[in-house]
Every structure is written in structure tokens, then in C-alpha cells.
Design a protein around this ligand. Structure first.
Ligand SMILES: *Cc1c(COP(=O)(O)O)cnc(C)c1O
Length: 398
């Protein structure tokens, strides 16, 4: 990990360029196209013999600042801003997979990443094998002569299993694979996959990076060589680029990333410890807990555990749903990384694209709940959970 305090400065200053007006805050360049001084200049920009902007789908000064900043934070040579986290996942995969290629991915991944891999990509003749990434032998056994890419996210939604990035990078190097890691749950302030030898890092910037729940966005960080393909072969033609206005909002959100994340982590650690000993909670999944299998990678790989916690109530499906409906303070919503504390029911919400069998294999039980711990006072968050848990089962006694 880079020094936390260096990163806390970089979220504010990295990637900035001076502007004509001397504005402290990066001006929003809300323009679809850019005017050339002459036809010759336009020709030179298209030919690549002169640097400069052409059209916002190919590049925009506001978006470019966001790209320089995330590259500086993740330690990559370059980055691309995309219309959503899923556009970032798609761009990274489409840039590195062709008809007849094979992809190895973790069997636990974000719901839409799962359906992208298992349904859309297979339509284009790309094979996928999903395996448990905690099992080194299983990953190695899944690799075939046509395997090109290895993909995972860590810690992974919703049980927060942590996969060993050093190991995944080593396997990728040994078999000449491109390694891709979704770093959404951590952000570069808590984990830097490229430092562990991973090739491509992707983000849903919708979550902690923006942090205010008002933008859908994604980012891909990679080498200059990879970025040529991701930006100028995939994103240019697929068109899933970020709007400059949304880039500007993320630049604003990023300035407070370090302070926000520290609060998210402080709150989540306390909430996880509180839930762990509650008699109506049968299991808590959060890597700071000694009972969590990811605990040993805290420190060497992830500086802190982030703001997402999953837990199982000692309750039926109906009671779990009722618990959510009655819970004060928490908003019932998917997503994470917002100021507001959120709660969702994976079996009926984020993991509903799974079949019953896939859900049970992934351990998504009916009483599993996922919370994104917000920035409110932790006393209020715990009090809200306490109130909700107090009510649980009570109706049966009446
Ligand atoms: C939300 C999320 C995505 C998808 O991002 P969008 O911005 O919603 O498209 C991908 N991966 C993870 C881990 C996420 O949490």
C-alpha cells in the first residue's frame, strides 16, 4: 500500500491542470465537440500527429482530469471513465476476449457481472468457467490453452470473502493471462491491486468514489497499451463513455474520499462487533472479525475492511423481510458507499438473477441481509438496529 497520507493528498490534487480563468475548482467542460483552428488542424488531430480534443466520446478535459486522478491513485499508467461500473467491466473484458477465448472468474461476483459473463459473452462464443477463488488448485485446474483473462472482485459481495491478489497475479503471469480485479468495495485508498501485480483494475465509481448516490459511473485503470484498445477500440465504438457533468461530480466527491472512508470503516467495525454478539443474529460477515476467513489478508492486502457488512438473522424469510420494513434510519436500497445507511435483501434483490440452485451454492440464504454502513452517527445506526432486532420474533409471542 502507498502511504495513506500521500493518497489523502492525491485525491484532492492529483491530475489537476491549470485553467485559463485560474478557477480553484476544475471548470466543467460541457461540450460535445471541439472547434479546430483550421481544416489542417482537424486533420492532424484525427491523424494523431497533434494532441487535442476532437469530440467528447473520444475525450474531454473534465473527464480527462478524473482519468488522471484515478490512475495516480491506483498506480496505473492510464485510465478511462465509463458510463457505469458495468461499462467498465464490459470494456475490460471485450478488449481482451475474442470468439473462442476462455475466461476464468470467481464464482462469486457482482450480479450483472455474473449475467454478462454467463449469458451475453457466451452469445459471442466466449467461454467462461466460474470457480471458487479461495481454492488455488481449483483456479489452476480451470485454466485451459485458450484462457485469456482471469477476473475477480475482492472482497466479494455479499459475504466479503477475500481473495489473495498476490496469488492471482502470480497465476496470471505464469499462464500469460490478463488479470482483472473489480476494486469497487475497497477503492485505491484501502487496496491497490496493481501494486500486487494485477493488470487491470475496474471500479463502479457510483459507489464510494463518488460517494453521494447521484451518479452512475465506472473507471478502468490499466497500462497505456491496454488503454489504446479499451478506449479507442472498445469505448469509442461501443460508446459507453462518461458524461463530463458526471465526471465533474465525481471529482467533487473524490476530494472527501479519505475522510468519508475512514468514517465508513470506523462505523462498520463497530456495527459488525455489535451484531456479532447479538443473540438474534446467527452470523456476521465482515473481515475485521476474527471469525471471518478474510481476516488474515487485512493489513497485507486491504488496509481496512470498508463499509459493507452482511449478516444472517436467526429468522425466517418473512421475518427477515419484516425486519427490513420496520428498520428505522436505514433506507431499503441496493448500492453502497453513500452517506445514508442502506439495507437490502440479496436473495430477492441483488442476487435475484441467480437460479435457486446457484443461490444456494453461493450461500445466499433467505435470512441474509446486506448493509452499507453510512456516515451517520454510529450510535444512531446501532440504536436503529437494536430497535429492529428487539421487534424480531415478538409478534410470534403475542
Ligand atoms: C455496483 C457494482 C458494479 C456495477 O456498477 P454500476 O455503476 O452499477 O454499473 C460492479 N461491481 C461491483 C462490485 C459493484 O458493487
Amino acid at each position: 500500500m502507498q502511504d495513506r497520507w500521500k493518497l489523502a493528498t492525491k485525491v484532492i490534487h492529483a491530475g489537476r491542470e491549470s485553467n485559463q480563468a485560474g478557477a480553484l475548482v476544475t471548470p466543467l467542460c460541457q461540450s460535445a465537440t471541439f472547434v479546430f483552428d483550421s481544416a489542417e488542424q482537424g486533420g492532424a488531430r484525427f491523424a494523431g500527429t497533434e494532441q487535442g480534443y476532437i469530440y467528447t466520446r473520444l475525450g474531454n478535459p473534465t473527464t480527462a482530469e478524473l482519468e488522471r486522478k484515478i490512475a495516480a491513485l491506483e498506480g496505473s499508467e492510464a485510465a478511462a471513465a465509463t458510463a457505469s461500473g458495468m461499462a467498465a467491466v464490459s470494456a475490460a473484458l471485450l478488449a481482451n476476449l475474442s470468439h473462442g477465448d476462455h475466461l476464468v472468474a470467481s464464482n462469486a461476483v457482482y450480479g450483472c457481472t455474473f449475467s454478462l459473463m454467463t449469458s451475453l459473452l457466451t452469445k459471442f462464443g466466449i467461454e467462461v468457467t466460474l470457480v471458487n477463488f479461495s481454492d488455488e488448485a481449483a483456479i489452476k485446474a480451470a485454466i485451459k490453452p485458450n484462457t485469456k483473462v482471469i477476473f475477480c472482485e475482492t472482497p466479494v459481495n455479499p459475504h466479503l470473502d477475500v481473495y489473495n491478489l498476490d496469488l492471482i497475479a502470480a497465476i496470471a503471469k505464469q499462464h500469460n493471462l490478463v488479470s482483472v480485479v473489480d476494486n469497487t468495495f475497497m477503492t485505491p485508498l484501502l487496496q491497490q491491486p496493481i501494486k500486487h501485480g494485477i493488470d487491470i483494475v475496474i471500479h463502479s465509481a457510483t459507489k464510494y468514489l463518488n460517494g453521494h448516490g447521484d451518479v452512475i459511473a465506472g473507471l478502468v485503470c490499466a497500462s497505456n497499451e491496454q488503454m489504446e484498445v479499451i478506449k479507442y477500440e472498445v469505448l469509442k465504438d461501443v460508446g459507453a463513455v462518461l458524461s463530463p457533468h458526471d465526471a465533474w461530480l465525481i471529482l467533487r466527491g473524490l476530494k472527501t474520499l479519505d475522510v468519508r472512508l475512514e468514517r465508513h470503516c470506523d462505523n462498520a467495525e463497530k456495527v459488525a462487533s455489535y451484531l456479532e454478539y447479538h443473540p438474534k443474529v446467527s452470523k456476521v460477515y465482515y473481515p475485521t472479525l476474527k471469525s471471518h476467513p478474510g481476516h488474515k489478508l487485512l493489513g497485507p492486502q486491504m488496509r481496512r475492511a470498508g463499509g459493507v457488512i452482511a449478516f444472517e438473522l436467526d429468522a425466517s424469510l418473512e421475518e427477515s423481510i419484516k425486519f427490513i420494513n420496520q428498520l428505522p434510519l436505514f433506507s431499503i436500497a441496493v448500492s453502497l458507499g453513500d452517506a445514508e445507511s442502506l439495507i437490502q435483501h440479496p436473495a430477492s434483490m441483488t442476487h435475484s438473477p441467480y437460479t435457486d440452485e446457484e443461490r444456494s451454492r453461493a450461500g445466499i440464504t433467505d435470512n441474509l441481509l446486506r448493509i452499507s454502513v453510512g456516515l451517520e452517527s454510529v450510535e444512531d445506526i446501532i440504536q436503529a438496529l437494536e430497535g429492529g432486532l428487539d421487534k424480531l420474533h415478538i409478534n410470534q409471542l403475542l
